[in-house]
Design a protein around this ligand. Structure first.
Ligand code: NAP
Length: 337
């Protein structure tokens, strides 16, 4: 495995770049050297560079970034409607890719990213931080060890808040979404990622939706039943209309026991008794996703979250939105592997 930092370009210098990726990349300064930053508004890229990565070059477009031979890898932090085309261009340019979620706005667009990634030598990863969080990885490990037998039912209520004053709500592209689903796709894809991580690929979804203090005029509240290929079923309740974010509990019920996963501790209940696992609730998965990306590049192995994994997460949300619109159960169009 060759070593030395990966020469990375950040494309998009908005909120996620500043508060989520930059701190992780600064902490991993031995593994990543940020050599370029790009934004459609160059003054914002320049301010970002000056404050965080003074050694970086400033560009306005992705094409300029891709033409720079110093850039080995690209981190995309763009509005959802821009992501798939930018991911395809990055992969075709032969650069390693890590892109924010969702990997595309639809399965139709996602097919193009999958096709570009198929056979590509460079690493193509998705920064789905929930798939790296210790809480969910521990649930998966407990299930893998067979501690509660075959999982039959998962329940999860995510009661989030999104007010007009929230900086995310104020971004132009969220205020007037040019992509389906608004926050149900933007934030809900994290929940789909966790369910896919825990239960495997999904098969179908049946959902109803409504608006509760919606900031973008779209449905922001969903009650969904999801069926997985394994036979497990899940109930997922999500809203962005709660006054404040409420604590949540992911519950998995199996043939031989139950897992109750809160953000700071996991309880496993079986006929033999109750066992507790403390969880590092400060580990939000951003640093871990970049550690994985670095190792995937240097060891030339697939990343922890592939384009196909993230495609499947987005496909669950697409099926939920389709079902809420049609009133019928809708298939989940998972990636062919
Ligand atoms: P943001 O603050 O609006 O930043 C988006 C960036 O893209 C900005 O640099 C913006 O430029 C640029 N941009 C806006 N519209 C554009 C357009 N039409 N064409 C090209 N560039 C454009 O958004 P964000 O909150 O950082 O979100 C960026 C990505 O991160 C999204 O995919 C989102 O889903 C993801 N995200 C993930 C998490 C997580 O926890 N994993 C959390 C938040 C966001 P200007 O500065 O000129 O507006």
């Amino acid at each position: 495995m060759s070593d030395g930092p990966v020469r990375l370009a950040l494309v998009g210098t908005g909120i996620a770049a500043r508060i989520l990726h930059a701190p992780a990349l600064v902490a991993l300064g031995d593994r990543f050297e940020v050599v370029a930053v790009a934004n459609r508004t160059p003054e914002k890229a320049e301010a970002f560079r000056r404050e965080l990565f003074p050694g970086a070059r400033v560009y306005r477009t992705l094409d300029e970034v891709l033409a720079d031979p110093r850039v080995e890898a690209v981190d995309l932090l763009l509005p959802i409607a821009q992501t798939a085309a930018a991911a395809v261009a990055t992969i075709r340019a032969g650069k390693h890719l890590i892109t924010e979620k969702p990997v595309a706005a639809s399965t139709r667009e996602g097919e193009e990213v999958l096709a570009a990634a198929a056979g590509a030598k460079a690493v193509a990863a998705v920064a789905e931080n929930y798939r790296f969080q210790p809480r969910f990885r521990t649930v998966r490990a407990i299930l893998g060890a067979g501690d509660i037998g075959a999982p039959r039912l998962i329940t999860w209520s995510l009661l989030w808040s999104m007010t007009p004053e929230n900086p995310y709500a104020k971004t132009d592209w969220r205020a007037a979404p040019a992509f389906p689903g608004g926050f149900v796709l933007d934030g809900g894809v994290h929940a789909a990622a966790v369910l896919n991580l825990v239960a495997g690929p999904a098969r179908s979804a049946q959902a109803i939706a409504t608006r509760l203090h919606s900031v973008d005029g779209l449905d922001n509240t969903v009650s969904a039943g999801i069926e997985f290929a394994s036979g497990t079923i899940a109930h997922l309740l999500m809203t962005w209309g709660a006054r404040d974010k409420e604590p949540d509990m992911l519950r998995v019920f199996g043939d031989e026991g139950e897992i109750l996963a809160a953000s700071d501790r996991i309880e496993v209940r079986t006929p033999a008794g109750t066992r507790e696992h403390p969880i590092d609730s400060g580990a939000d998965g951003y640093r871990e996703e970049f550690e994985d990306f670095y190792e995937a590049i240097r060891a030339q192995r697939p990343p922890g979250v592939t384009i196909a994994d993230a495609f499947d997460d987005m496909a669950v949300i697409e099926a939920i939105l389709a079902s809420a619109a049609s009133g019928h159960r809708e298939p989940v169009r998972t990636a062919r592997r």
